[in-house]
Design a protein around this ligand. Structure first.
Ligand code: SF4
Length: 338
């Protein structure tokens, strides 16, 4: 009998918010002002077993901060992270190690994340040891084979500088797998790699999701790759998630004007949505997160902004087939442009 495919939620963020205090200047001290960076506001998402969730946005949108909060590298300002349905407050020490054994973070720059004076063998056996798995030759070879660095003997004793960028990222992924995790948080895992090898690394992550039934968060600024790689896509703007749904729908029929702008700036010959409306959008710049605009944070750039957008924060409006958008255009069914 074949095992039923399950997509239970492994890791969940509920209303997660992170504000960083800004270092006070002389003027702040004189005026007794305390400023904060509203890096992430009220973010909720679920990472499900055997699926990839893409979190897409421009640089500075807060998407990498979300990955770090889910990795418990920063305390939350408010909200909650739940692992297997239970509140997860990793703290430090043993509780933190138990958490990272299940939730592993892969960083953008594989060269910076590997120690240049140590070999591949050192990095991988250390991971196996830390996470209580046998640091044996057999386990080392199995990790290298799992990331398609074969034959493993050819890679085990190499130093990071002897590997290509793609191979280094594969070693970083193998090190994460050394923990035997259930969640991979991949923060722009291919953005520093040559275009020609990005697809290979994305295919590897896709293979791991399917074979190991991992829950993967894929952080990217490239919405076109989300369509290819992710089951679900969430779009983040200025610290808030503004649209979500299955990747095909969000990338082919974007509902939020910001998603339409992102799609319009990422040419895709297969696109079926009319990009005309998005072409009207002012490219502009994301706002300062120290004093984000009131109301909808996208309103200064939005070609469809209405009066209420300048003062009232739009809630999430559910659309067809699980898609949703936080945009006043959808406040009354049938009044949106779709
Ligand atoms: Fe544009 Fe208003 Fe929708 Fe924001 S809420 S995206 S400003 S139409």
């Amino acid at each position: 009998m074949t095992e039923p495919v399950t997509t239970e939620t492994v890791l969940e963020a509920r209303g997660v918010t992170k504000h960083f205090p800004v270092r006070r200047t002389g003027r702040d001290l004189a005026t007794r002002t305390r400023r904060t960076v509203h890096a992430v506001d009220d973010v909720s998402l679920e990472l499900r077993r055997g699926t990839v969730t893409a979190l897409v946005g421009e640089s500075g949108s807060g998407k990498s901060t979300v990955a770090r909060l889910l990795a418990q590298l920063h305390p939350l300002t408010s909200g909650e992270i739940r692992l297997h349905g239970a509140p997860a407050e990793a703290g430090r020490g043993r509780a933190f190690r138990a958490y990272v054994k299940q939730v592993q973070l892969i960083l953008q720059d594989p060269f910076a994340s590997l120690n240049p004076v140590h070999t591949v063998r050192y990095h991988l056996t250390r991971s196996l040891k830390i996470h209580g798995r046998g640091a044996t030759e057999e386990n080392l070879h199995a990790l290298l084979e799992r990331v398609q660095l074969t034959p493993p003997e050819s890679y085990a004793d190499k130093f990071p500088h002897e590997l290509s960028g793609g191979q280094r990222q594969r070693v970083a992924i193998a090190r994460a797998l050394g923990a035997d995790p259930q969640v991979l948080l991949a923060d722009e895992p291919v953005s520093m790699l040559d275009v020609s090898i990005r697809l290979g690394v994305l295919n590897l992550l896709k293979d791991l999701k399917e074979r190991l039934r991992l829950a993967v968060l894929y952080i990217t600024h490239d919405i076109a790759s989300a369509r290819y790689f992710a089951d679900t896509t969430l779009v983040m703007y200025a610290g808030r998630i503004v649209e979500g749904g299955d990747s095909e729908t969000v990338t082919q029929r974007p509902a939020h004007p910001y998603t339409q702008l992102l799609i319009a700036s990422a040419p895709d010959p297969d696109r079926v949505a009319d990009p005309g409306a998005a072409d009207e959008a002012d490219g502009g710049e994301p706002p300062s997160l120290i004093s984000p605009p009131p109301g909808c944070r996208f309103h200064p750039r939005c070609p469809r902004a209405m009066e209420r957008c300048r003062t009232e924060l739009p809630p999430r409006f559910d659309l067809a087939a699980g898609q949703w958008a936080a945009c006043w255009l959808y406040a009354e069914e049938g009044t949106g442009p779709r």
